[in-house]
Design a protein around this ligand. Structure first.
Ligand SMILES: C[S@@+](CC[C@H](N)C(=O)[O-])C[C@H]1O[C@@H](n2cnc3c(N)ncnc32)[C@H](O)[C@@H]1O
Length: 194
């Protein structure tokens, strides 16, 4: 559990997501996380998954991965969107999403100029907060090992620290003895009976 930031994030997602939920992958890339979310949230008849990425090629490889692993009825519940995550599709209604995930930075082996940027990520996070249902969560994997990633992590943390603690529970996980390792920022909307 404590070895890989991806395993850590997925373990937490499994605690939040139930079959039939609506979930969003805001940086779908090659679709490793998108596939994990599909397996958690989608059934033949229920659940929605929206996967966003700026890069056409990344979405194409995400689609190939999903087609390899998912049956058609489940696949039909996934929407792949070539767009910036600073806007979410209007069909996602406020307070209806159980999990929104960000895996920031650039695609390993891909074009490093297509990295997420602090300003748009922050803009996106502000909108994502409105979409999350009670008890739902936003999961953000940050990569402070490169300079844009460090700035992005700082801005997100500064913003998150200002959020009302009666409305959101927020924690930040990092490996304190590994330099340049990724970190995980988790923002959970409180339940009504919290
Ligand atoms: C670290 S990769 C994601 C890896 C992915 N989760 C996976 O499992 O393969 C980050 C992705 O964010 C995308 N991206 C960068 N800026 C974006 C933006 N403003 N909106 C949406 N996607 C963006 C990049 O194109 C890249 O594919």
């Amino acid at each position: 559990l404590f070895q890989s930031h991806i395993d850590l994030a997925h373990t937490i997602w499994e605690k939040i997501v139930r079959p039939g939920d609506t979930v969003v992958d805001a940086t779908s890339g090659n679709g490793h996380d998108t596939l994990a979310l599909a397996k958690m949230a989608l059934t033949k008849n229920e659940g929605r998954l929206f996967a966003l990425d700026l890069q056409k090629d990344a979405l194409a490889s995400c689609e190939t991965k999903l087609r390899e692993h998912l049956a058609d009825p489940i696949l039909s519940r996934v929407k792949l969107l070539e767009q910036c995550h600073s806007q979410f599709p209007e069909e996602i209604k406020p307070g209806t999403v159980s999990l929104i995930v960000y895996n920031l930075g650039y695609l390993p082996g891909g074009d490093k100029s297509k990295t997420t940027k602090a300003d748009t990520t922050l803009q996106s996070l502000q909108k994502a907060l409105l979409l999350i249902q009670e008890g739902g969560c936003i999961s953000i994997t940050c990569y402070p090992g490169h300079s844009e990633g460090l700035l992005e992590e700082e801005k997100l943390l500064d913003f998150a620290m200002q959020l009302d603690p009666s409305r959101f529970s927020i924690c930040h996980h990092r490996w304190v003895n590994r330099k340049k390792s990724p970190s995980l920022l988790l923002i959970q909307r409180s339940s009504a009976n919290y």
